[in-house]
Design a protein around this ligand. Sequence first.
Ligand SMILES: Cc1cc2nc3c(=O)[nH]c(=O)nc-3n(C[C@H](O)[C@H](O)[C@H](O)COP(=O)(O)O)c2cc1C
Length: 206
Amino acid sequence: MKVLLINASPRKDGNTYVALSEAARVLQEEGFDTGFFHIGSQPVRGCAACGACARDNNLRCAFDDDITNRLIEAAQTADAFIFGTPTYFGQPNGALLAVLQRALYAARPVFAFKPVASVVVARRGGATAALQTMNMPFQMCNMPVATSQYWNIVYGAAKGEARLDAEGLQTMRTMAHNLAWLMRSLAAEPHYDIDSEPHQRTNFIR
Ligand SMILES: Cc1cc2nc3c(=O)[nH]c(=O)nc-3n(C[C@H](O)[C@H](O)[C@H](O)COP(=O)(O)O)c2cc1C
């Protein structure tokens, strides 16, 4: 089984990478394959609400000019995900949010029922708000969210400083063990039939 680790920092080898690497090391020790996906620093677009993905129902975003469809493709072969992001103004990296919203809207079945963990890195403040924002889409896409002994937060400002956050790195290791446990448990019960009840959609304004 494979865990895809998404690094949403434009600093490829920065503190987000340090936090994700600690989790990846534990997962490898537990016998899982791991792979990294870097959001990078190239431009990405937000969802245009064009509805083409719903119309075409092809698990792709109609706009193929950035990494969104590459993330969907990488997700197809993953059994679980860890999304890591730096805190920017008390929020996750905006590029990650833009890509994630489009990927989930176009290809929700690729992600549904696969365990996920969010990881947030910060210099000082706003990390819990960013973590909550990260988990919001997963909680409405039938994705079991892996937790830890504390919130999944690692502190550091300059590149590599996160290596000094002993408690944060321990939180990463515990999260990775919990994610591994979740994956093994779900693999033992693979035939969960959730489509038995049609999806109710009641908008507030009629
Ligand atoms: C645009 C920008 C906004 C930031 N906002 C915050 C913030 O709100 N709170 C905080 O603690 N750190 C903030 N930081 C600092 C980063 O979260 C911190 O340096 C983090 O370690 C960067 O992770 P990286 O090395 O993976 O890029 C900000 C950094 C940038 C570039």
